[in-house]
Design a protein around this ligand. Sequence first.
Ligand code: FE
Ligand code: CA
Length: 526
Amino acid sequence: MKTSEQQWYDLFHAKATRRDFLRVGGSVAGLVALGGVGCSRGDDALRRTPVDPFPHGIASGDPGPDSVVLWTRLAPEAVEASGGPATDVSLAYEIASSESFSKIVATGSIVAPAVLGHSAHAEVGGLEPDREYFYRWIAGGEASLIGRTRTAPLPDADIDRFRFAFASCQQYEHGFYTAYRHMAEENLDLIVHLGDYIYETSWGSDLVRHHEGPEIVTLDDYRARYTTYRSDPDLQAAHASAPWVVTWDDHEVDNNYAAGIPEDDQPLDGFALRRAAAYQAFYEFMPLRRSAMPLGPNMGLYRALRFGKLLDMSVLDTRQYRDDQPCGDRRGECAERHASGRTLLGDEQRNWLLERMASADATWNVLAQQIVMAEVNSGSDGEDSFSMDAWDGYPHERRELLETIKRTGTPGPVVLTGDTHSNWASELKTDFASISSAPIGTEFAGTSISSGGNGRETTSWGAAALSNNPHIKFHNGQRGYVTATLTPESWTSDYRVVPVITEPDGEVETKARFVVRTGSAGIERG
Ligand code: FE
Ligand code: CA
């Protein structure tokens, strides 16, 4: 008997290239203009319904030089009208070279399978490199809003400039997603999400809006949580404004989980089921390629993207394969964290990454990942204190990575980080304890979109970290995101801060700018 995973896979491959939905009537635009009459032709097409078929919005992601993923997910209420929740339905997409849709360059249809919550992931090929495109979905006689996306330049193309943003940590209850509204207006080439896209629990006071229910565990729970988050118009606008590249951290499943080990004393077999549910919901709601489709509790999320000669990006997964946090995951210091066999990345991902660093030839070679890589000793009164959930809990593997970068001369190594709900800019070294050791790379860590409420410019933690760790050049504890502007000569990070997120409509400001010159790993204040 087939596993349900094989069934999903077969479903995608059997129907992903179907064009019959579009064959009648010439163009989907025509069908929409006729009020959706085309939707009665295919027996698997969504029927016309008064319900908005696209309540979660639209998205695109993982751009290549000739392809991009288009994403949406149909409303359960809309599917209900077309035969019930177990029915697979097809929907169509259109891609145009301009926002007016005067010239449609690609159309297609794809099945949104019931087993994947009627999510649709269309990998559209045959596109031109380094081009802006506009797209929309069509289902149930309704066209979605129009999204903007961009293909990557050819791998060997000379690129003058590339500009993207990165973000993380968006606890829905802690604040409004105003930062995303500002991000959507920046006309970016790419948006990178570094994890904590949802939170599995509710905490804190002064909540501005609410999750339903207690800690989430089942597939239905995780789907409902993403549905709540994705109902936010500012988040939807950011998704529609540019292609996204996503990875996860812990809260997409469970706080500070490590591979198969949950935070609390939950039975391990129960956690495998929970992880499978969480990974499936993540896949359902993200514009990922089919190669990332989960198989039970396993999902291949780490991957590489390239944007001409200017930027090569290794997207890491520091959750799924890691050893448990050392020292009981308590902040402090202990011998266990220094053990040489400990891994954060797992053998396969580490070998893949070390090989990529050794053969890197782009101007800027980025690690898009979750947790702080620079050593952060936030102790006081002669006591050392490290976070065991960050790279500080895995210093042997960190040193192996940074020594590989140094030894092989990886050009322009830049690490992007989320997780701490703070902004940081740090120089990376093979020996953080030595003030005289030269920096070999740069880490730009971005604050949260909303987690932690408004925050404040300086915190006691940030002040301790700055004074204890000379390689850390900047700290700020407000909310927002970071933009990165890359040229062949320099990297510029702008820390975009929204001081008030507990009220709607907060303004954005650039709190700090840092520049790295090509061929140098030192950070300059811009
Ligand atoms: Fe977080
Ligand atoms: Ca986290």
